[in-house]
Design a protein around this ligand. Structure first.
Ligand code: CA
Length: 222
C-alpha cells in the first residue's frame, strides 16, 4: 500500500484526513511543520505528499519549491484562501493538485488515488543500470531514486537520453544551463563531480560517467 505524508498544523483537519486515508488502507504519516517535510522525504518511502499551504514555519509553497529540486513525488496542496489557489494554479510551484478548505475527506482520498495512478503510469524508460522517469523528473540508479539538485538532474538526464554519445561542455551548458545567468565550463565539471560522488555512494564499483579528454562527457549504462 502507498505511504502518504500529510503536512498540516491544524490538528482537527489532520485527524480527519488521516482517518479517511487510513480507512481506505493507505499508510499515512503526519508532520506539523514545513521544516519536517524534506528530512522525512529524504529518508524515503513516501509516495505522495498532502501539503497545507499555511504552515506556521515555512509556507507550503516554499516547501514545495525546495522539494522539487530533488523530488518528483506527487503533491496535493490544501489551501484556505482564494489567493493561495491562484498561486497553486501557477505552474512554477510544481503542485499536482489542490483542495480548497473546507473539503470532503472522501474527495481528497479520490484525488490521492487519481494522482498515484497517474504517477505510476508516467512514462519511464530503462537505460541499462539507470531508469529515467521524464515526467516525474527522477532517475533511478542501482535500485534507488537519486536525490539530485535541479541541474544535476538535468545534466544526467541529458547524458542518459543518448547513452554513449559524447556531449561537449558547450553543448551541456547550452542544454542544461540555458536559463542560468552565470556559468562557465567549470560549472559542468563541478556538477559532474557531485553527480559521480552520488552515484559512487550507491554503487562504488560502477563509474558510469566517462570523461573524454578535450571532448566532453558521456554515460555508460551497461
Ligand atoms: Ca494551516
Amino acid at each position: 500500500m502507498p505511504t502518504l505524508l500529510l503536512a498540516e498544523d491544524d490538528a482537527a483537519i489532520a485527524e480527519t484526513v488521516l482517518y479517511a486515508l487510513r480507512a481506505e488502507g493507505f499508510d499515512a504519516e503526519h508532520v506539523l511543520l514545513g521544516g519536517q517535510v524534506l528530512p522525512r522525504l529524504q529518508r524515503g518511502g513516501i509516495d505522495l505528499l498532502v501539503l497545507d499551504v499555511g504552515l506556521p514555519d515555512i509556507s507550503g509553497f516554499e516547501v514545495c519549491r525546495r522539494l522539487r529540486e530533488t523530488h518528483g513525488l506527487p503533491v496535493i496542496f490544501l489551501t484556505a484562501r482564494s489567493d493561495e489557489i491562484d498561486r497553486v494554479l501557477g505552474l512554477e510551484i510544481g503542485a499536482d493538485d489542490y483542495m480548497a478548505k473546507p473539503f470532503s475527506p472522501r474527495e481528497l482520498v479520490a484525488r490521492v488515488r487519481a494522482r498515484l495512478r497517474r504517477h505510476e503510469a508516467a512514462p519511464s524508460s530503462r537505460r541499462g543500470c539507470f531508469e529515467l522517469d521524464e515526467e516525474a523528473h527522477r532517475i533511478r540508479f542501482a535500485g534507488h531514486w537519486l536525490e539530485l539538485t535541479r541541474y544535476e538532474h538535468a545534466l544526467l538526464a541529458e547524458l542518459l537520453r543518448r547513452p554513449g554519445a559524447i556531449l561537449t561542455r558547450a553543448q551541456l551548458l547550452d542544454r542544461v544551463w540555458a536559463d542560468a545567468l552565470e556559468t562557465g565550463e567549470r560549472t559542468v565539471d563541478t556538477h559532474i563531480k557531485t553527480l559521480r560522488a552520488k552515484l559512487r555512494q550507491l554503487d562504488p564499483a560502477r563509474d558510469p560517467i566517462r570523461t573524454h579528454r578535450g571532448l566532453g562527457y558521456s554515460v555508460d549504462v551497461d
